[in-house]
Design a protein around this ligand. Sequence first.
Ligand SMILES: Cc1cc2nc3c(=O)[nH]c(=O)nc-3n(C[C@H](O)[C@H](O)[C@H](O)COP(=O)(O)OP(=O)(O)OC[C@H]3O[C@@H](n4cnc5c(N)ncnc54)[C@H](O)[C@@H]3O)c2cc1C
Length: 390
Amino acid sequence: MDFSLTDEERAIRDTARQFITREVMPLEQEALLRERRHEPGLDRSELRELQQKAKKFGFWGLSTPEEYGGMDLPAVLQSLIWTEVGRTFVQFKFGGEADNILYYANEQQKQEFLIPTIEGDRISCFAITEPGAGSDAANIKLSARQDGDDWILNGEKTFITNGNDADFVIVVAVTDKEKGVRGGGTTAFLVDREMGWRSEFIQTMGEGGPASLIFDDVRVPARNILGEIGQGFELGMKWIGKGRYLIPSNALGIAERSLGMAIEYANTRETFGRKIGENQAIQWMIADSEVELEAARWLILRAAWTVDQGEDPRHASSMAKLYGAQMVNNVVDRVMQIHGGMGYTRELPIERWYRQVRLMRIYEGTDEMQRLIISRDLLRGYTKIGGHLA
Ligand SMILES: Cc1cc2nc3c(=O)[nH]c(=O)nc-3n(C[C@H](O)[C@H](O)[C@H](O)COP(=O)(O)OP(=O)(O)OC[C@H]3O[C@@H](n4cnc5c(N)ncnc54)[C@H](O)[C@@H]3O)c2cc1C
C-alpha cells in the first residue's frame, strides 16, 4: 500500500501552495478590513486579475476538459489543490471553471452560458433549495408551465450562493406534477437575470451572503432548457455530488493552517512562567486535532480516488463530507480555545473561520443527510462495511 504522492502530484500541489502563499495570503489583512466594512474581501475585478495571474502559473480550469482550455485534473489532484486554497481565508478560487452540469448544454447554450462562465465573463448560480424544500429537495414547488414555445416560471428559491451577483441561474423547476420530482417531473432552466427574476440578500453569520430568488411569471424560451425535459432533479443531484469531496478538501486546508497557528501560539504564549504548550490540556487539544485531521485527509483522498476509478463516489464522498466538516469545526474550536481571548478577537482570523466552517455542516447536504446516505447504503446492502477492502 502506497500513501505517498507521485512526483507530479507533489509538484502541482507545491506550486499551488506557493501561489496561495505568495499571491493570495498577503491580501488577507486588507480582506479582513474590508469584510468588517461589509465589503467583499476581493471584488470581481481583483478576483479575475488574481485568476489570470494563476493562469500564468498553469492553474486554469482544474476540472475543465482540455477542449475548453482546462487542465481536466484527476479528482485526487483537484482535492489536493482545494486543500491549498483552503489555507487562506481570502475568498479565492482558481478560474476557468464552470458548474459541472453546464456541460449538458447544447452547442448554442455552450456559447451563451458555458464558455463565458469558464472565461469569467459571466457568473452563474445554481438553485434547487426552496423555503419548503432543503434536505427534502424532492419537495420543490417552483413551477414551470408551458406557454407556446416558452415556459413561465413561478415560485421562490432560497439560500442561493452567488444569487446576488449571478448573471444567470441554473434553476430546477417542476414541469410535470403528475410524474413527481423523482419520476421525471422536473427540468433545469438557464435563466438570465434580465428575464425578470430578482434576488434578495440574506444576512448570515458568514461573509458575503446567499440570496432568495423570486420568480414571478418569468418567461423563459424553450431553448433555455438545460439537458432534457424531466432531467432536472438528476442534474441537481449531480451538481451537489461534485462538492461533496471538494468542500472537505477545503476544510482540510483551514484545519492545517489554523492548527499551525495554534502550535506556534502554544510554543510562545506563557502563563504561570512556562509555555502553554507544556500543559497536557493544550497538548491533548493539539493531538486530537492532528488525529482527526489525518483521518479526514484519508477519507477525503479516498473519496477523490473513488471518483478517479470511475466508481460511484456517493458513499465515500458522504463519509468525507460528514467527517471533514465536523473535523474542521472541532479543530477551529480548539484553535480558538488555545488562543484564549485573542482567538475571540477580530485581530486574528480565527473567529472568521469559526463562523465560516459552521456552514460546512449544513450546505450541500447536512450532517444528518450524509448519515442518512451512509446508513441507508449499508442497511440496503448497496455498500459493504470496509468498502474496497471488504
Ligand atoms: C450559506 C448557504 C449557501 C447555500 N447555497 C445553496 C446554493 O447555492 N444552492 C442551493 O440550491 N441551496 C443552497 N443552500 C441550501 C442548503 O443546501 C440547505 O440549507 C440544506 O440543504 C439544508 O436545508 P434546510 O436549510 O432547508 O434545512 P432542513 O431541511 O429544514 O433541515 C433542518 C434540520 O433538520 C435536519 N433534518 C431534516 N430532515 C431530516 C431527517 N430526515 N432526519 C434527520 N434530520 C433531518 C437537517 O439535517 C437539519 O439539521 C445554501 C445554504 C446556505 C446556508
